[in-house]
Design a protein around this ligand. Structure first.
Ligand code: DAU
Length: 327
């Protein structure tokens, strides 16, 4: 199959690219190479790489030529950055899917739109979100992702486009940009730097290994139905539990954990009901404890990969995000 993977130089996208190349697909990657896109993630893989923006119709039609499907990972994804400045999120996460949908409408190709559990907003203990639940996004990031999801569903209904949506939990694994909780804490812990715990640290997230997430998206590409949404759940843990495990696995000093000012609008809890995806045959293979240990080992062994990221634009972001909190 010839498939276009947008955002294929990013974290989940590059894992997906590796997976599709392994089954013999002809993979074209379209990636804007923003701060989180990283060509090192595709090194030596032999895919057809095109630098470009999903919000640019010309770049999309050129890259998508001859493709039977597009899987859209391209997105601005970090909640904290969306709180600092939301404009890029609207362009990439709202206007970008519109451009891809227009291309799918013209070409008749299939679209898998990769979204997030954050579109449901936070939910009470003892409940899980189902695909039919109302969307109540809390941050500029999740609101922009919800806008993308709704356009996909509207294009299916109005134009009969062959598109479907996945909504994944917090994903972790190798090659994740160190702005996100797990790689941030692992790399800071390895360097003896403070570990900023937002608020009381009692928020709960579901953790999904990137290989299990990629397998779910692949299944939806082949077996999912147009106009359907599929939740991809992980294992639920309290943030402090994850943070303490990282301290233990890295051998860091527990006093590096520092409670700091909370994220504005911070969602307390996400939890997904994935029974629809399980009915298609999806079963996660990686336990969180094992996956986390392997992830810590990957960051320990690949210092050059993350040091390069942490020395660039990241420094200015880190100061803006954490300097006041940690002072
Ligand atoms: O749930 C899926 C979503 O997971 C994805 O759609 C997003 O793209 C991805 O960024 C992630 O969103 P979160 O906001 O949950 O992830 P993050 O790694 O930023 O934070 C995880 C939790 O850890 C959250 O409760 C905030 C907390 N946290 C995060 C950072 C970066 C801290 O306490 N301190 C921190 O420095």
């Amino acid at each position: 199959m010839r498939v276009l993977v947008t955002g294929g130089a990013g974290f989940i996208g590059s894992h997906f690219v590796r997976r599709r190349l392994a089954v013999g697909d002809d993979v074209v990657v379209l990636d804007k190479l923003t701060y989180s896109g990283n060509l090192a993630n595709l090194e030596g893989l032999g895919c057809d790489f095109r630098e470009g923006d999903i919000a640019d119709a010309g770049a999309v039609s050129e890259a998508a030529e001859g493709c039977e499907a597009v899987v859209n990972f391209a997105a601005e994804t970090h909640v904290d950055r969306s709180i600092l400045e939301a404009g890029d999120f609207i362009r990439t996460d709202v206007y970008g899917p519109h451009v891809l949908l227009e291309w799918a409408r013209r070409s008749g190709a299939r679209l898998v739109h990769v979204s997030t559990d954050e579109v449901y907003g936070d939910i009470p203990e003892g409940t899980t979100s189902r695909e039919t639940d109302a969307l109540r996004p809390s941050s500029p990031y999740s609101a922009s992702k919800a806008g993308g999801d709704l356009q996909v569903l509207a294009y299916v209904r109005t134009y009969g486009v062959d598109a479907r949506v996945t909504r994944g939990a917090n994903t972790y694994g190798s090659h994740q940009h160190p702005e996100k909780l797990i790689p941030l804490f692992v790399t800071n812990a390895l360097d003896g730097q403070p570990l900023p715990v937002y608020g009381d640290g009692r928020q709960r997230r579901e953790w999904l290994h990137v290989a299990d997430h990629s397998a779910a998206i692949e299944l939806v590409l082949h077996e999912g139905a147009a106009g359907e949404v599929y939740n991809v759940a992980g294992e639920e843990r309290e943030n402090l539990d994850v943070m303490r495990r990282i301290v233990e696995a890295t051998g860091a000093d527990p006093s590096l954990l520092r409670h700091v000012a909370d994220r504005p609008g911070h969602d307390r809890r996400y939890a997904l009901d994935s029974s629809k995806l399980r009915q298609l045959g999806w079963r996660p293979e990686q336990s969180f404890e094992q996956g986390l240990e392997q992830t810590v080992e990957w960051y320990r062994a690949n210092r050059a990969w993350w040091e390069r990221i942490k020395s660039g634009e990241y420094r200015a972001y880190y100061a803006r995000q954490y300097a006041d909190r940690l002072s």
